[in-house]
Ligand binder design. Sequence first.
Ligand SMILES: *Cc1c(COP(=O)(O)O)cnc(C)c1O
Length: 363
Amino acid sequence: MNSAERVYNFSAGPSMLPLEVMELAAKQLTNYNNCGMSVMEMSHRSKEFGEILHTAEKNLRDLMNIPDNYKVLFLQGGATLQFSMIPINLLRGSKKADYIVTGHWAKKAAQEAKKFGQIKIVASSEESNFTYIPEVKKEDFTKDADYVHITMNNTIYGSKYPYIPDTGDIPLVADLSSCILSEEVDVSKFGLIYAGAQKNVGPAGVVIVIIREDLLGFAPENTPIYLNYSTHAENDSMYNTPPTFGIYIAGEVFKNIIRLGGISAIEKINKEKAKKLYGYIDGSSLYKCPVAVKDRSLMNVVFVTGNEALDKKFTQEAKAEGLHNLGGHRSIGGMRASIYNAMPMAGVDALIDFMKKFEAANS
Ligand SMILES: *Cc1c(COP(=O)(O)O)cnc(C)c1O
């Protein structure tokens, strides 16, 4: 398929990837850099793959300004396995942790953690159907909590933290699955950051974990070896076979972002895309975004018409025009346009054009 036949894919994940990266991967698919085999076929202990892994890590460190006292791990099991690995590894003292519940994934993370310790929901916006991010102050956290967990960008409800909670000395743990590399973040403010690849980084099957070194080494003795962060930290993500092809694509996505000018350049474009789309929604009389203005996601733009049948019609007609996967998550309905890094401005423009046409025809 050539690029002209591609649609604008607004899926929340797996989602669009940069075309240049996929075209390069297609070219290299059966013979990577003249080594006579595919990345898929090569030993993870080979010199070629070692270079792919180390370059990917180095470029991610440069892009995100990751301090030297953090390990970068490429693991499997998605963000969901992190919901378990985090409490297993980080409930290392009081066995207490605080969670802020701002959506579906935050709630899942907290539920899983409850199997391993005393979990307190210090704030939640569930009573308003997760339309805002609660403001939490240092005094709100449990004094002897082992960590505080937040979900930075709420993929399903379309919200994101406009601030980084001040947790004092308590390590802050954050799920960045749907916003990693979309805007600058100060990694030093976190004890641990994790992100599944399939939203903004690469194919499903890779999860990135960035962990401060002083948090390593506390997993209980009977922890399954794969679930212990130390296993991976001590072996440079090569304790067992890592998701080699996914890491290769992620590495090419990092190079692509560097070519585009780094995260600050990407952030600028992402803000322009989001501003245009929210601006249009707020100005229209048909569409409404339920999320508090200050807490709106740059990546997942949620909107409704207020009429379920019309929402459905919207999603169907949009698809017929090459604008795919605009239906909201099955748990909340409505519409959601995920406009990750790889969604070009032209895709946002095409969506707005369609929205205008649809509004004119249905009001
Ligand atoms: C998609 C997503 C998840 C779940 O990721 P899996 O890789 O399917 O486990 C968790 N958290 C957030 C914020 C997400 O967007």
